[in-house]
Design a protein around this ligand. Structure first.
Ligand code: GLN
Length: 523
């Protein structure tokens, strides 16, 4: 087993996830079997119970894990499905240590962070790593945080047991007033890492500007590294270019040398390069509005934004994406939606902004603007249709009005027994049957598709006939559960109960978004 441990210095949100993903892609491109694990030092068992303001979107794996959004980056760069086991949290390991203690598995011992917790962390990482040549382990948080200490200690110990490469991603700011790149914060952060017993093998310097030779020399000197182990990772307009930036500086070969990987092929990044070029060379612009309520944090819609970019690259258009505040569409009307070529009503939870999303759906439906409802967006598409086309007064989802006379969206049957919030939704991938001859079928070009879910409520089949008679077709189902709605008299009016954004990849854009953007180009 071979490992690359990625730590972070000075600041969070440096792009450690993109760096880890890029390394994963580079190593994979040389013919190795690679996976990436994210270690999150928070005590939540998983990301499912956190709102998107905290850590951005909750990513859902095919096997139903509610994970950190970095798992989404890993899947997009590696172009592979990962498992819930690729996200290890402090909550999971603490819980397991205490459970083992109660079972008597440590009988007689004082149970401690070192070695009991750290051993379990190593166990969890090795379990996943067993099937791969190299495993990249990204350690969440910043060196110096109290929370991440047990994980850094586990990473240090791994170096004694297995072939390991330590890579520190740190902030190297450009200070405008003096026109200089400053290395001091990173020097301190490397010292902090050494205190824990980890000497980095490479430093990835994140900042606005490329490293000057002087800054590189200083960083190398104070981190006890050769010059070639200091990598400049300055801001790029296109994050999908980062693997090339790292490759130009030979980071993959440095990793190979340290890990003693001798036999490998040349980099094969042709497909990736083509994709990156298509993103950059796309000409025509389409204006896409994402209607949601977490608009202050773009990370809340990470996979969705990326999925639109993938689809744009596929058909050669540059999507111009705006997050539109659902709450203001409630109070100020839908004028803010004028001028968009496509509207997406995003998923979500809770009552806030619901009527704004319904107004946006009316606007898209009446003005013939290509409109896609995702999860909650599809449920509200149902509500909007019930109220305004079927004239079912006060129709609603039971989630927001338990006493509605027309519960067109109601609780999934199995959810009635549920009495806790963590990991109890309908989660993960499931096969969906599409109706032949429908729009959705023509987009996928297949009768059976597999997409991922995260919800508690569903379309109420008691209203099925009313909807179909009035023209809103049900064109996708899983068991008896309604997965897709579409209105053939509109250029593109589609609702999906699943989350197509989770399976979209640069090299495999999701057909739903390709269809939406194609329709947007035409109208
Ligand atoms: N709140 C809705 C439900 O639980 C939709 C969830 C979502 O959009 N992910 O069914």
């Amino acid at each position: 087993m071979k490992f690359v441990f990625v730590t972070g210095g000075v600041l969070s949100s440096l792009g450690k996830g993109i760096t880890s993903s890029s390394i994963g892609l580079l190593l994979k491109s040389r013919g190795l079997r690679v996976t990436i694990i994210k270690v999150d030092p928070y005590l939540n068992y998983d990301a499912g119970t956190m709102n998107p303001y905290q850590h951005g979107e909750v990513f859902v794996t095919d096997d139903g894990g509610e994970t950190d959004l970095d798992i989404g980056h890993y899947e997009r760069f590696l172009n592979e499905d990962l498992s819930r086991r690729n996200n290890v949290t402090a909550g999971q390991v603490y819980l397991e240590v205490i459970e083992r203690e109660r079972e008597g598995r440590y009988l007689g011992a004082t149970v401690q962070v070192v070695p009991h917790l750290t051993n379990l962390i190593k166990e969890r990482i090795k379990e996943v790593a067993r099937d791969y040549d190299v495993t990249v382990v990204e350690i969440g948080g910043t060196v110096g945080d109290i929370e991440s200490l047990p994980f850094l200690e586990a990473a240090r110990q791994m170096g004694l047991e297995e072939n390991s490469f330590y890579l520190h991603v740190s902030y190297v700011p450009f200070v405008r007033s003096v026109g200089e790149i400053k290395t001091k914060p990173t020097q301190h952060s490397v010292q902090k890492l050494r205190e824990i017993g980890i000497q980095p093998d490479a430093l990835v310097a994140r900042g606005e500007k490329p490293l000057t030779p002087e800054a590189r020399r200083k960083l190398a000197l104070f981190s006890s590294l050769p010059l070639r182990a200091v990598i400049s990772a300055h801001d790029l307009d296109n994050v999908y270019r980062v693997p090339f930036l790292l490759a130009e500086q030979d980071l993959d070969n440095l990793i190979f040398e340290k890990l003693g990987i001798g036999v490998y092929s040349d980099r094969n990044l042709t497909e990736w390069e083509n994709f990156v070029r298509r993103v950059e060379e796309a000409g025509e612009r389409v204006k896409v509005a994402i209607v949601g309520k977490y608009i202050e944090v773009r990370d809340a819609y990470k996979s969705l934004i990326e999925a639109i970019i993938h689809a744009g690259a596929r058909i050669g258009v540059k999507p111009d994406i705006t997050l539109v505040d659902a709450i203001s569409l409630e109070s100020k009307g839908t004028d803010a939606l004028k001028g968009y070529d496509a509207i997406i009503i995003a998923g979500g939870f809770g009552r806030r902004g619901i009527e704004g999303k319904i107004n946006a759906l009316t606007f898209g439906r009446e003005n013939r603007i290509p409109t896609l409802g995702i999860c909650l967006g599809m449920q509200l598409m149902t509500v909007e249709w019930a109220r305004n086309v079927l004239n079912l007064k006060n129709a609603h989802s039971e989630e927001f009005d338990p006493d509605t006379p027309h519960p067109v969206i109601h609780l999934l049957p199995e959810q009635k027994e549920v009495d806790r919030m963590g990991a109890t939704m309908r989660l993960g991938g499931q096969d969906i049957n599409l109706v032949e001859g429908s729009l959705i079928h023509s987009l996928y070009g297949r009768k059976v598709i597999r997409e991922r879910h995260r919800h508690r409520y569903e379309f109420n089949n008691a209203y099925r006939e009313k909807f179909e008679e009035s023209g809103l077709r049900i064109t996708g189902e899983a068991g008896g559960l309604v997965e897709v709605l579409e209105w053939p008299e509109h250029p593109f009016y589609v609702g999906v109960q699943f989350h197509p954004e989770y399976t979209s990849r640069p090299l495999r854009p999701n057909p739903v978004f390709v269809g939406l953007l194609k329709a947007a180009l035409k109208t």
